[in-house]
Design a protein around this ligand. Structure first.
Ligand SMILES: C[S@@+](CC[C@H](N)C(=O)[O-])C[C@H]1O[C@@H](n2cnc3c(N)ncnc32)[C@H](O)[C@@H]1O
Length: 215
């Protein structure tokens, strides 16, 4: 079985193709996400304050869970996902600066954000370690990086199914669904100060300390 890190990374063009097809699926299955993942999104992302960057914001599914009054910037590689996110800001009546950008090369100054958030995306980034280092760079030293990620289950049979299906899942969706997101954070040289697993250990919420933070 190939390990998650051994598979050839998808190119930006391949990912844009995948998400051009999947954007409407995300909208259709939003009720399921709200039920299963929504409480975790709310618990974690309602802690974001001030200038907030949502990295790989997708269809903007995190936006309803953010506190009132945050200054929101969202980036994503996929024009189709961003189009849904723009619709959502209109429906919610929130102001947001949404841009197409590569998460591994964020178009922002160092320390620009009080909170950098991201959900269900380190599995898809071609170079997740580079993205985490970019999140760290743009996060203020007294800010925080909030990650809600999915990965290999802590329940044996579920994990074995994920391992068995992982090559096909990656081929189709560009998603390494049996990686451990906490390993990726550690590989980027970052420290998670809070780690919380849920949904059979598939979902991991993490609060990550910027490397420039006071000890
Ligand atoms: C599984 S979706 C998650 C979207 C959303 N955050 C959520 O919770 O539903 C993964 C997202 O990552 C985006 N993405 C993948 N690689 C990216 C990159 N290098 N830079 C920016 N966005 C990227 C995709 O376009 C897609 O919107």
């Amino acid at each position: 079985m190939s390990q998650p890190s051994e598979r050839r990374a998808k190119t930006a063009e391949e990912l844009q193709g995948i998400y051009a097809e999947m954007a409407s699926t995300f909208d259709r299955f939003e009720a399921v996400d709200r039920l299963l993942v929504g409480p975790h999104r709310r618990r974690l992302f309602s802690r974001a304050e001030g200038q907030v960057l949502d990295v790989a914001c997708g269809t903007g599914i995190n936006f309803p869970y953010l506190a009132d009054g945050v200054d929101l910037v969202g980036i994503d590689l996929s024009p189709a996902m961003l189009a849904s996110a723009r619709d959502r800001t209109r429906t919610l009546g929130v102001d947001a600066d949404l841009r197409q950008a590569d998460a591994a090369d964020l178009p922002f100054d160092d320390d620009a954000f009080d909170a950098v958030i991201s959900s269900l995306s380190t599995c898809t980034f071609p170079d997740p370690v580079a993205v985490l280092r970019e999140m760290d760079r743009v996060c203020a030293p007294d800010g925080r990086i909030l990650l809600l990620e999915h990965g290999r289950s802590s329940v044996g049979p579920v994990a074995r199914f994920q391992d068995w299906w992982a090559p096909r899942h990656f081929e189709r969706h560009g998603c390494r669904w049996n990686q451990d997101p906490a390993d990726v954070v550690a590989e980027a040289g970052l420290e998670a100060t809070e780690v919380r697993r849920s949904l059979l250990g598939i979902l991991t919420s993490m609060v990550v300390r910027p490397t420039a933070a006071e000890p």
